[in-house]
Ligand binder design. Structure first.
Ligand code: UDP
Ligand code: MG
Length: 319
């Protein structure tokens, strides 16, 4: 019998674990001819998430936990889950019930029909404000403008991936990773199905992505998939040089032809200030990339984890 692993990343989700398990149990019982592995990834939670998952492991042998030794972030948590998942297909989902388990039977059925990747498209997210939606839109517009790998908007990490593509994804070793970007990189043209859904509000707790954290993720996503911002420095340099030449010509014209010398330090101060700011911005962009190289060349393990399942406990350094 084929198996499907369900990988659930959880960071401080104590209020959601039991409810999610209940819903999963209900939905998984509707699927026949498939065995399930429910793999929680505890991403260094500081609340009772670990204990709640442990309780589930005691009563249900399908439940396992990849326990990360500290908080490594959602992207690494999904990577750890993918590395430990044994299934012929892997479903990724959040722990807060914003990825409703009710869609799992349809995802599995599509996979059984031959689709190798089943994506979900969030047609609406009732939990987010117009400001967040605007920021997300701007981010995806900028990302797709700058990057050759196109990453569609509103495609959350709730998806099923066949083992063949899971193995491809395991081939990416970068520290700094945007899962949906990596998936776009390997996305086939066929055998992909998209299921629409409306994301409900979180069942319990609050979002783990503050505005600053989202901004950091946005900047690192752009640098991961594009070097075009680096070229911006060159373009700005050319544009600045052209402006200086034009300004020089204007000053000469005023002085010798119009006999009206351009007065004042104000122009000089603003030009110097503007050029200084441009230099700082471009230095910042270059710095972002150098920082990334610095982190990547060390080739540190992506995470440190152990696997907890019924009657067994392993310690691992991974990758
Ligand atoms: N998450 C995680 N590690 C983190 C942050 C979040 O594993 O450092 C998990 C979190 O528990 C949730 C999922 O990633 O299951 C998505 O996070 P969240 O719901 O806060 O994001 P949002 O839905 O608000 O974008
Ligand atoms: Mg959420």
């Amino acid at each position: 019998m084929k198996t499907v692993s369900i990988v659930i990343s959880a960071y401080n989700e104590e209020g959601n674990i039991e409810k999610l398990y209940e819903e999963l149990e209900k939905e998984l019982s509707k699927v026949s001819n498939v065995a399930f592995e429910i793999l929680f990834v505890n991403d260094g939670s500081k609340d009772q998430t670990f204990q709640k998952i442990e309780k589930l492991i005691e009563k249900d042998s399908r439940v396992k936990m990849v326990n990360l030794k500290r908080n490594f972030g959602h992207e690494i948590a999904m990577t750890a889950g993918m590395d430990y998942a044994k299934g012929d297909a892997v479903i990724f989902m959040d722990a807060d019930l914003q990825h409703p388990p009710v869609y799992i039977p349809e995802m599995v059925k599509s996979w059984q029909e031959g689709y190798e990747i089943v994506l979900t498209k969030r047609v609406d997210n009732v939990a987010t404000s117009w400001f967040y939606k605007l920021c997300a839109k701007t981010f995806y517009w900028l990302l797709n403008l700058l990057s050759e790998t196109k990453i569609p908007e509103s495609m959350p990490d709730f998806r099923l991936i066949d083992r063949r593509y899971v193995d491809f994804l395991k081939g990416f070793n970068e520290q700094d990773r945007l899962f949906r970007g990596l998936l776009s990189w390997i996305m086939p043209n066929d055998k992909v199905k998209v299921i629409d859904f409306v994301a409900p509000v979180r069942f319990s707790g609050t979002t783990k992505y503050s505005f600053i954290k989202s901004l950091q993720l946005a900047i690192s996503s752009i640098t991961q998939f594009s070097v075009r911002p680096l070229r911006l420095a060159t373009y700005l340099g050319f544009a600045g040089a052209a402006c200086s030449v034009l300004l020089g010509l204007y000053v000469i014209f005023e002085h010798f032809i119009q006999h009206n010398p351009t007065p004042g330090y104000a122009t000089i101060v603003s030009v110097v200030g503007f050029v200084g700011a441009l230099q700082l911005i471009t230095l910042g962009i270059v710095g972002e990339y150098i920082g990334k190289i610095h982190m990547e060349v060390k080739k540190r393990p992506l995470y440190l984890a152990d696997l907890i399942e019924q009657n067994q406990k392993d310690d691992h350094f991974e990758k």
